[in-house]
Design a protein around this ligand. Structure first.
Ligand code: NAI
Ligand code: MG
Length: 344
C-alpha cells in the first residue's frame, strides 16, 4: 500500500477532495489515504494553520492531495497560508499548471518557493509604509528553468518552446537575475526554442493568442496570476489542476481556492480535483514501476474525465445544472466503461 496524505482544507476544498477520493477508491489503485487538517478552520480550532502533525505526515507521505484553504485578506496575527508554507517547507520548488483545450495546449511553470511570496514583509512603526522582499536566487531560478526546459522536451511538440516571462525592464535586479539565469540554462537545451515576454504582454498574449505558447517559465506571483488567465481557455478554475514538485515530495492541488461563494451548496466543479488525483497516480506510477495498477488507474480516470467533460453532466461553472455529487457519480460510472478499454 502506498501512503497518500489528503489535506481537504476549507470551503469547497473538502467537497472536491471527497469527490477525488471517491473516484480513486473506485479504482484498483493500492493507496492508503490519511486525512489531516490545515487552513482557516484548523487555525480557528487549534490556533495553527499548518499543525505540526500535518506537516510531519506530509514529510512521510508518498504524495499529497490538497484541496484548498481560505486565507483571510486582512492580516490575522499568527496566520500564514499553509499551502505557501508547505511549498517552502517541503522544498516544492516547481509548480506545474497545464492548460489543455482546443485553443490552448500550454504549461505555466511557476517558481514556487520565493519571489514575492517569500513571506518577508515589514510594516513601518507608524503603519504608513509596507515593504515586501522579492527574493530571487540564482539557484531557484536555474532549478525552475531546468524543470521548464526538460518539460518542453518531454512534451515532444514538433518545435518545443520555452517562453521566459519577467519584468526585467523595471525589476532590474530580481527579474534581471531570473531572466539571465533562465537564458543561461536555455543554452543546455539547443533543441528547445527560447523566447521571452514582459509579464504584461504575456498576459494579453495568453488571452489573445494562447496557441503561440508551449511552456512558460516565470516567478512566483507572475505564475500565480498568469495560470488563472490561461485556465480560462480550458473551462476556468473548476478545470485547472496543478502539481507542486520537489526533489523528495509531490503535492497535487486544484488551482482554485476555497470558493466561499459556493461552498456547502454541492455545486463546486470536482473535475480539477479529480484530475489532480489522476496526475498523482501517474506520478506515483513512475516511482513504483512494480505496481501497474497505479498507471492503469491514472489512465482510467483521465479517460472518464474526458468523457464527462465532453458528454456531461456538468456543474454551473461550465454551463450545466448538475451537482458536485452527480458529476462525481458520472465520472465513477465512466470508469467502469473505460476500465474494459484500458484492460484491452
Ligand atoms: P477561488 O478560486 O476560491 O474562487 C474564484 C471564483 O471561482 C469564485 O467565484 C468561485 O466560486 C469560482 N470557483 C473556484 N473553484 C471552483 C470550482 N471548483 N467550481 C466552480 N466554481 C469555482 O478564489 P478567491 O475567491 O479569490 O479566493 C477565495 C479563498 O480561497 C481566499 O480565502 C483565498 O485565500 C483562497 N485561495 C486558496 C488557494 C489555495 O488553497 N491554493 C488558491 C486561491 C485562493
Ligand atoms: Mg492562484
Amino acid at each position: 500500500m502506498i501512503d497518500v496524505l489528503v489535506i481537504p482544507g476549507d470551503g469547497i476544498g473538502p467537497e472536491v477532495v471527497a469527490a477525488a477520493r471517491a473516484v480513486v477508491q473506485a479504482t484498483a489503485a493500492p493507496l492508503r489515504l490519511h486525512e489531516a487538517p490545515a487552513g482557516w478552520d484548523a487555525f480557528v480550532r487549534g490556533g495553527v494553520a499548518l499543525p505540526a502533525d500535518t506537516l510531519a505526515a506530509a514529510h512521510t507521505a508518498s504524495a499529497i492531495l490538497f484541496g484548498a484553504v481560505a486565507s483571510p485578506s486582512a492580516p490575522v496575527a499568527g496566520y500564514r497560508s499553509p499551502i505557501v508554507e508547505l511549498r517552502q517547507r517541503l522544498g516544492l520548488g516547481a509548480n506545474l499548471r497545464p492548460v489543455h483545450s482546443v485553443s490552448a495546449d500550454l504549461v505555466v511553470v511557476r517558481e514556487n518557493t520565493e519571489g514575492l511570496y517569500s513571506g518577508r514583509e515589514h510594516i513601518s512603526d507608524d503603519g504608513a509604509t509596507a515593504i515586501a522582499e522579492r527574493v530571487i536566487t540564482r539557484q531557484a531560478s536555474a532549478h525552475i528553468a531546468h524543470v521548464a526546459f526538460r518539460l518542453a522536451q518531454q512534451r515532444e511538440r514538433p518545435q518545443p518552446r520555452v517562453t521566459i516571462v519577467h519584468k526585467a525592464n523595471i525589476l532590474r535586479a530580481t527579474c534581471g537575475l531570473f531572466r539571465q539565469t533562465a537564458l543561461q540554462v536555455a543554452a543546455d537545451y539547443p533543441d528547445v526554442l527560447v523566447d521571452e515576454l514582459l509579464v504584461d504582454t504575456a498576459a494579453l498574449q495568453l488571452v489573445a493568442h494562447p496557441e503561440r505558447f508551449d511552456v512558460l517559465v516565470t516567478t512566483n506571483l507572475f505564475g500565480d496570476i498568469l495560470s488563472d488567465v490561461a485556465c480560462f481557455h480550458a473551462g476556468g478554475l473548476g478545470m485547472a489542476r496543478s502539481a507542486n514538485l520537489g526533489a523528495r515530495h509531490a503535492l497535487f492541488e486544484p488551482v482554485h481556492g476555497a470558493a466561499p461563494d459556493i461552498a456547502g451548496r454541492d455545486r463546486a466543479n470536482p473535475l480539477a480535483a479529480i484530475g489532480c488525483a489522476a496526475w498523482m497516480l501517474a506520478h506515483l506510477a513512475q516511482q513504483h514501476a512494480a505496481v501497474p495498477a497505479l498507471a492503469t488507474a491514472a489512465r482510467q480516470i483521465e479517460q472518464a474525465l474526458a468523457w464527462v467533460r465532453d458528454h456531461g453532466p456538468l456543474t454551473p461553472d461550465l454551463g450545466g445544472t448538475a451537482t458536485t455529487g452527480a458529476v462525481t457519480a458520472a465520472v465513477i460510472a465512466a470508469l467502469g466503461s473505460t476500465a474494459q478499454e484500458v484492460a484491452r
